[in-house]
Design a protein around this ligand. Sequence first.
Ligand code: PMP
Length: 348
Amino acid sequence: MREWEKNIRRVVPYTPGEQPKNKNVIKLNTNENPYPPSPKVLACRERIDDLNLYPDPAISDLVNALATYHGVDPSNVFVGVGSDDVLAMCFLTFFNGDLPIVFPDITYSFYDVWAELYRIQYRTIALDDDFKMLPEDYQVPNGGVVFPNPNAPTGVLMGLDDVRKIIEANRDVIVIVDEAYIDFGGESALPLIDEYDNLIVVRTFSKSRSLAGLRIGYCMANEELIKALNDVKYSFNSYTLSRPAILMGKASVEDDTYFKETCKKVIATREYFENELKRLGFTFPESKTNFVFVSHNKVSAKVIFDKAKENGIILRYFEKPRIDNYLRITIGTDEEMKKLVDFLESIL
Ligand code: PMP
C-alpha cells in the first residue's frame, strides 16, 4: 500500500434512486412530484440576471419569505442545497458528543452514511412489526436523535404527542425531525420549536413544492442553533444557493394556492391507489406521504420490481433486512397510477 492511501477517507456512499435518460418511462422511484412547480416559479426564468455576480450568502430573500410563511423570525430559519445539505450540516454541527446518536433501523438511508462520513457513532432502534417508532425506545442515553416524520421508506406518520415524548426524553441532546413528507397529511412539529430549544425541524422543496431539480431545503429552530449552523456553513461554503434558486424558491413560497392544490391532488391519487392495492391483495402501512410501501404474499417484491422495469415502470426496491419483500412506490399522476394498476393486475 502506498503511504498516502492510508490517509484517504473511505466511505460507502449513499445510492440515489436511478434517474433514467429515457423520458418515456413511468418514474415512481424517487418520490418526486409528478406535477410541475407553480407557474409563478417558472415565470421567474425571465427574471434571472446578474449571474456574473455571487448570490446573497445569507439567502435573505428566501429566508424572509419562509419566516413570513411559517410565522417565525428570520433568525429561526436556515436554508441549504436540498434538505440533504441541511441534514448533513446539522450532523456536522450538532452531533459531536461521546455517545452514539440514534435513529430507526428502517429509515432514510442517508443518516448512517453521514454518520460514517463525519465519524459519528450511531445506534439504530428497531421499529415495531407495524413499522411504528415507539417513543419509549428513545429513552436511552444518546448523543442526538434524528428521524423522519412521516418515516421513509415506510410512509408511517407518528402523532405529535409521540414526537413530543421523544423530545421530552432527550432534552440534553439535539433532536432533528426530518419533515420531508409532512405536507402530504401530517401534523408538523414546528410549533414545538418555541417550547424546546433542542428541536430542529427540517423541510424540503423537493416533494410537495415540485422542485427536486432546484435543490432547496431548510430547517427551523431557535436562534442559537441557527447561528451555529450558519457558522459551520460559512466555514464550508458561503454561497450555497444560486441566484435562480433563491428567486424561484421565494416565488414558490408565495404561491400557497398552487402548493395546496398540488398536495391535495397527490393525496387524492394516493387514496385511489391504496384502494386499488387493497383490491389486488397488497399489504402496506397507511401512508401519509407521496409514496406507499407495499408487499404481496404471492409475488416477491424483487420479481415485481424487475418485471415493472421491463415494462417501463421504475419503482424502488431496497435489498435490506426486514424490508426486502417491499417496494416503495411514488404517487404519480392518476394516469400513471392507472397504468401501474393495470400492470400489477396483469402479473398477479
Ligand atoms: N429526508 C428524507 C426522509 C428523504 O426521503 C429525502 C429525499 N431523498 C431527503 C431528506 C432529501 O431530500 P432533498 O435533499 O431533495 O431535500
